[in-house]
Write a protein that binds this ligand. Sequence first.
Ligand code: SF4
Ligand code: SF4
Length: 435
Amino acid sequence: MRHSFFGGIHPDDGKRLAAASPITALPAPDQVVIPMSMHIGAACTPTVQKGDDVRLGQVIGRSEAAVSVPIHASVSGTVTAVEPRLHPNGQTVMSVVIANDHQDRLDETVRSHAAEVEADPKRLLPLIKETGIVGMGGATFPAHVKLSSALGKVDTFIINAAECEPYITSDHRTLLEHPEEVLAGIRYILKLLELPKAVLAVEGNKQDAIEGLRAKLAGSSDVELMVLRVRYPQGAEKQLIQTVTGRQVPPGGLPADVGCIVMNAFTCYTVCRMVQTGLPSVERVVTVSGPGIESPSNLLCRVGTPVRALIEAAGGFKGETNKVLMGGPMMGSAIFDLDVPVMRGTNGVLAFHAEQNKAKENPACIRCGRCVAACPMHLQPLYLYAFERKGDVAGLKKLNATDCIECGCCAWSCPGRLQLVQAIRNAKALIKRSS
Ligand code: SF4
Ligand code: SF4
């Protein structure tokens, strides 16, 4: 039975710009800059030095922390620097810079793992860890940690192919062009979890991909294709679980608390590629789109490629670009330097003009309540905003500010154009500092 989640919005999804653009492989750049922090958890320490020769797929950074994953060279060549470089988050982060020799000489660890995973499905878990696979939908949480905490505890495996962020079509194109690899990745994970069936949840605006998947799944019962009504933020983990199962993850809880694990469709594709070829997480499909891009595209590129190269490959800017985002317009963040690198979790690079910027100089709340109706987490954004302005930490805690998933539904709905998400982000920081 299909369920639904509370709140949500229906923004113009803008997906028509890039949805028909096939995935094109972008040539690896002459130089990649690979940050030692591009996942949730502990940053890695570089394991290579300036002057070292590295091979494609070689580990170049590692951390012994429980929540972390190794980082790998996305090209072969020579390490030219190990130093702090600008990160898309606006800070400088220790990075490994590699001059590409354009030979793609593979590291000795890059070999098919299909036979060993076939013989022992449990081998998948350490392989996922060692090859640096994280949530590729943007969350970047280490996949092995999520899977370990789900083993023996969950009865439902959901594949998140909602891709509800406007403009982004990288998962859509992957489902359409690589359904076998996505399904194979799902089946490897199913065997690891010892579950009989997975639910592949896709929003109904990907009709061509849905038809292709239906054809591939004809006669099989291990993957149920569930077509969802288009509504943002359908792809948020808690909302997706509620839509698919009717179960509600408790505040502060995890999907495993209600017997579920959710993994992104591109993560499943990456798992398949890793098992079959041994390639660690060194590439990803990025949608380059928005009204400010000449030829919206879906580009397969190496981790560490500068954003500038993607924009050039998509024909450059169209008109006077006012803002460039990494990620979608709802949850992405603005970048201020086009030389920042693509990371494992980068699903989109979007460019917008000034007229798409709805910010107002003197925003004012008119108490219309639209933000409350739109909030999928049952929060009261207008009061969170007011308490944040006053620095009222006790009030913010009482209103469960930390439950906010920063989906942006409130800000999108607000006729007063209040910067609600920024205020709530700051409110969460205030709470963290006070505890
Ligand atoms: S950003 Fe936070 S407060 Fe605003 S709608 Fe989303 S969950 Fe609710
Ligand atoms: S939507 Fe904006 S104007 Fe309306 S109550 Fe919420 S904060 Fe105030």
